[in-house]
Ligand binder design. Structure first.
Ligand code: ATP
Length: 383
């Protein structure tokens, strides 16, 4: 056993997987902190399941090493690795009751006194009253909780979850996200969760690795990824971003001033590519909920110091908690604006001329040498 642990519970070094000439996972280094809830997020085909299966030992890596704690497990078969996997299909034993489903792993290992541990697991997943029922008598969410209990009773070092909520309807999925997060916090072991659902990853995970085309495009805490995307793919895949093509007019130490849509916008230099110089092209990003709308006739009421662009409302959708506007502007077509429904805004109807304005600190800059729409279609395809 080599002592190469650097604080990670799971550490992948130079891990890759090719099928013939196809690169499913490009060489990747990844450290999953001990006790964290970690999500591998990406659209279908990005390589997230293959990465999970290499950790589980269900897939041999083409190159690289898998460490669990300080142990190199690359050449160990799945059953010798201290991990358990929960799949989308719960694969419970239909003829066994819930109690026996959960006890299965212990019984297989010859543990005779299972009552205390099974009782603890039933409590953990809040199914004590269902112990004597058969799987088909439970809802999908309850069955998935049994699958989690059945895996956790083996005390794995790491629990791997492969789209475990994929078969549930949206409302149940939301409940189970919170439930899984609670269970993880309670047991404190490392969970690695594979999902294509960005809201799911952000709700549950401490750390998210956003994968695209077999690579980890960006890794970080959900709020950090959301506020500071470094690529157009992450900006578009994680929530919605308005990306505006611009040219740098002045690159100061604290701020950049850029020209876009016939006007100027200001953004913090710390949130832009470090190399941006006057004359360079950049993409200016702003999230829809950061933008306010003011009817053009009231433009004088917009406070000084805010970034502003003009536009015309093309569409508005009332969705209860907020209203979502689509605004066409010289700065960009179909800009998205989300306003909370505190007061209904009578003048903001399709066709209305408006000023879009926001605090410059909420603006981020991205390298212009990327596809401005990366990640947009993949969200639609995945949902
Ligand atoms: P999904 O959510 O659809 O499962 P994913 O991001 O988990 O997508 P993977 O299952 O890891 O993606 O697959 C990554 C790529 O590798 C895909 O393009 C897939 O078609 C390909 N792939 C996976 N397994 C094999 C295999 N056994 N042989 C050939 N290609 C494969």
């Amino acid at each position: 056993m080599t002592d190469t642990n650097t604080g990670g519970d799971v550490r992948l070094t130079g891990i890759s997987k090719t099928y013939g000439s196809f690169h499913a996972v490009r060489p990747l280094d990844l450290t999953v902190p001990q006790g964290s809830f970690f999500a591998l997020l990406g659209a279908s085909g990005c390589g997230k399941t293959t990465t999970l299966r290499m950790i589980a030992g269900l897939e041999d890596p083409t190159t690289g090493t898998v460490f669990l704690g300080d142990q190199d497990v690359t050449d160990l078969p799945p059953y010798k690795r201290p991990v358990n996997t929960v799949f989308q299909s719960y694969a419970l034993f239909p003829h066994l009751d819930i109690y026996e489903n959960i006890a299965f792993g212990l019984r297989r290992r010859g543990v005779r006194s299972v009552r205390k541990q099974v009782g603890e697991m039933l409590d953990l997943v809040q199914l004590g009253d269902k112990a004597k029922q058969k799987p088909h008598q439970l809802s999908g969410g309850q069955q998935q909780r049994v699958a989690v209990a059945r895996a956790l009773i083996n005390h794995p070092r790491v629990l791997l979850l492969d789209e475990p909520l994929g078969a549930l309807d949206l409302k149940l999925r939301r409940q189970m996200q919170l439930e899984l997060k609670r269970i993880q916090t309670e047991v404190g072991i490392t969970f690695i969760h594979v999902t294509h659902d960005q809201e799911e990853a952000m709700t549950m995970a401490d750390q998210v690795a956003v994968m695209n085309g077999g690579r980890v495009e960006q890794l970080g805490a959900p709020a950090d990824l959301y506020e500071n995307p470094r690529t157009t793919f992450v900006a578009n895949f994680l929530g919605t971003s308005n990306l505006i093509a611009a040219e740098v007019a002045e690159a100061g130490d604290s701020d950049l001033v850029v020209k876009a849509g016939g006007g100027t916008l200001r953004l913090p230099a710390a949130r832009c590519p470090a190399t941006a110089r006057a004359g360079d092209r950049v993409l200016v990003g702003i999230r829809p909920e950061k933008i306010s709308l003011t009817p053009a006739e009231d433009a004088a009421s917009v406070p000084d110091g805010r970034n502003r662009v003009t536009g015309r409302i093309a569409d508005s959708s009332f969705i209860g908690v907020s209203t979502q506007y689509v605004v066409n502007s010289p700065a960009g077509a179909e800009l998205q604006v989300y306003e909370q429904n505190v007061d209904r805004r009578a003048g903001l109807v399709p066709g209305a001329e408006v000023v879009l304005h926001w605090d410059p600190v909420h603006t981020f800059g991205l390298d212009a040498d990327q596809d401005i729409d990366a990640g947009v279609e993949t969200v639609e395809a995945a949902s």
